[in-house]
Design a protein around this ligand. Structure first.
Ligand code: UT7
Length: 309
């Protein structure tokens, strides 16, 4: 059984930018509070889950320099599909001109790591080349009158092409978890807005990120000192800071883009990961720890050995 290797990536953010000052006109909040309590300065709003997915995927396909016809599976992580039926991956597949199996994965903000791990399962049973996308358009399910959630959520997309390789590949360890008894802490009814118990989500998020990150590292036979870069879910800089501190990973070995993106759910880990790669923060052989949490409550982490495409 072989593994997988990323040969190209792409990201997409809507053009429209909403700053903290813009929000303070819409509701009782201010730039100082949002910056201090979350680390977010601005976020991008707009587009559909399919349109952002197509944009990031086209960039990934172009960077990989592959024929779209050679892709034999599409896994799209999203918690904000454009329709209830069919899966948004169908529209993305058609727009990209792919002829392959396509399906959505919904594990909320842990979704990209779930999709990335599932893709490796497909590679292990014979798939050759997969397109993995994480996209969310949370602005469509955000109550813009609720300052407890509207300051956090936004839209974006990140994608990568993962090729099957005969060796063990890049994925050295992984952990997927969920606790459905905590569903009530963060949810949206079909057609409704997101409801969140922010304080409780915060408290549990730190614990489950630390727990999941440790499990993945143990499966990979590695320790925190081996981690070159931690790529956490971009929800709140205070959550990232607390989780990384408990894991023993200093902030200068952590990727953050949330000051610019807000919380983009499925897109947050690929946006931060590929931003770090584009800034030259990753070299061959570096160990990357992806670690996310989300509604469900889900948790997901993966230990990845970086190989420059
Ligand atoms: O992908 C997973 C998604 N969810 C999360 O990651 C959410 C995790 N939770 C959080 O990030 C934080 O709990 C929030 C950012 C949502 C809230 O921060 P907090 O530090 O937990 O604030 P708080 O709710 O305890 O509120 C503190 C104070 C309160 O005022 P009083 O009672 O102390 O007078 C709030 O009314 O801040 C007030 N407040 C605000 N003030 C200005 C709450 N929201 C705002 C706001 N602007 N937007």
């Amino acid at each position: 059984m072989g593994g997988g290797r990323i040969i190209g990536w792409g990201t997409a953010l809507p053009e429209k930018v909403l700053t903290n000052d813009d929000l303070s006109v819409m509701m009782d909040t201010n730039d100082e509070w949002i910056t201090e309590r979350t680390g977010i300065k601005r976020r991008h709003i707009g587009g559909s889950t399919a349109s952002l997915s197509v944009e990031s995927a086209r960039r990934a396909i172009s960077m990989a320099g592959v024929d779209p016809a050679s892709i034999d599976g599409l896994v799209l992580s999203t918690t904000t599909p454009d329709r209830t039926v069919p899966a948004t991956s169908a529209a993305v597949q058609h727009a990209l001109g792919l002829r392959c199996g396509a399906f959505d994965v919904n594990a909320a903000c842990s979704g990209f790591v779930y999709a990335y791990v599932v893709a490796h399962g497909l590679l292990a049973i014979g798939a050759k080349r997969l397109l993995v996308i994480g996209t969310d358009t949370l602005s469509r399910v955000t109550d813009w009158g609720d300052r407890g959630t509207a300051i956090l959520f936004a839209d974006g997309s990140g994608a990568c092409i993962v090729d099957g390789v005969p060796d063990a590949g890049q994925l050295l360890g992984w952990d997927l978890d969920a606790d459905g008894s905590l569903e009530h802490l963060l949810y949206a009814e079909v057609g409704g807005y997101i409801h969140m118990d922010g304080k409780e989500v915060f408290r549990r998020a730190v614990r489950i990120m630390v727990d999941s990150g440790r499990k993945s590292l143990a499966k990979a036979g590695l320790g925190v000192d081996d981690v070159t870069l931690c790529v956490p879910h971009q929800a709140n800089v205070r959550i990232i800071d607390a989780a990384c501190r408990q894991l023993g990973i200093p902030m200068d070995r952590t990727a953050t883009v949330l000051h610019e993106t807000g919380n983009t759910s499925s897109a947050s880990i690929p946006l931060a990961w590929f931003d770090a790669a584009e800034r030259g923060r990753l070299n061959n052989g570096d160990i990357v720890l992806l670690v996310g949490f989300g509604a469900g409550m889900t948790a997901a982490s993966a230990v990845v050995e970086w190989r420059q495409p």
